[in-house]
Design a protein around this ligand. Structure first.
Ligand SMILES: CC(C)(COP(=O)(O)OP(=O)(O)OC[C@H]1O[C@@H](n2cnc3c(N)ncnc32)[C@H](O)[C@@H]1OP(=O)(O)O)[C@@H](O)C(=O)NCCC(=O)NCCS
Length: 183
């Protein structure tokens, strides 16, 4: 019997090097440390990471390489839009980038039985985050879905000039039956 999440699915290539898992509350501090190390994301409190790893575990994933945490994706299904997976943060350790880890984390969460009814992925991205745009375009491509975006949290209006505008990216509708094979 496969463990929860280790479902047999064409979208997640078997990989002996990287293990994907639903987080547990014991992962919270490692997640916090990874985000700190990467130094490219908003710092959340460790308490926030503990809540993500417990209350929101069904829409989050940890990726490990040789026992070390190398990837993290947090997300949730917004109460007013439960068929949407909102991706909050995606983080891959610099040593593991460009190997498909982030894309596989998102697909891993989408393909979990708990999330089978998700038909839309959303996230916010700043204009300059090329890797993130490429990642979400790749997700759209895999699910044969359209990608659209619009300014959402604006630099002056919402961030008081303290942070760049975040664009809300919407990938929909996901074609769950025709997911393309992971590269
Ligand atoms: C964004 C990030 C998570 C991507 O992780 P990754 O594991 O390297 O991404 P993947 O290898 O799964 O790549 C996914 C797609 O994006 C492309 N891509 C990844 N990084 C890229 C880059 N720097 N420039 C252009 N394309 C890139 C890949 O080629 C791939 O496309 P494909 O599926 O068509 O081949 C990683 O760069 C990161 O942790 N950045 C810092 C944190 C961050 O900015 N997170 C996003 C905002 S929350």
């Amino acid at each position: 019997m496969p463990r929860d999440g280790l479902i047999e699915d064409v979208s997640v290539k078997p990989d002996t090097d990287i293990q994907f898992d639903k987080p547990s509350v014991d992962d919270g501090s490692d997640v916090w440390a990874l985000v700190q190390d990467i130094n490219a994301l908003d710092d959340n409190s460790m308490y926030c990471n503990l809540l993500q790893c417990s209350h929101f575990a069904d829409t989050c994933v940890v990726a490990r390489h040789e026992g070390r945490l190398v990837g993290w994706m947090s997300g949730y299904r917004p109460p007013k839009s439960p068929n949407t997976l909102f991706v909050w943060q995606v983080a891959v350790h610099p040593s593991m980038r460009g190997k498909g880890v982030a894309g596989r984390m998102i697909r891993w969460v989408l393909e979990r039985p708990w999330n089978k009814d998700v038909i839309r992925v959303q996230s916010t991205i700043t204009r300059s985050n090329d890797a993130s745009w490429a990642l979400f375009r790749s997700v759209a491509d895999r699910y044969d879905a359209d990608l659209s975006y619009d300014a959402h949290f604006e630099k002056d209006r919402h961030f008081d000039g303290e942070a760049p505008t975040e664009y809300l990216v919407t990938i929909a509708p996901l074609q769950r039956a025709v997911i393309r094979q992971a590269a």
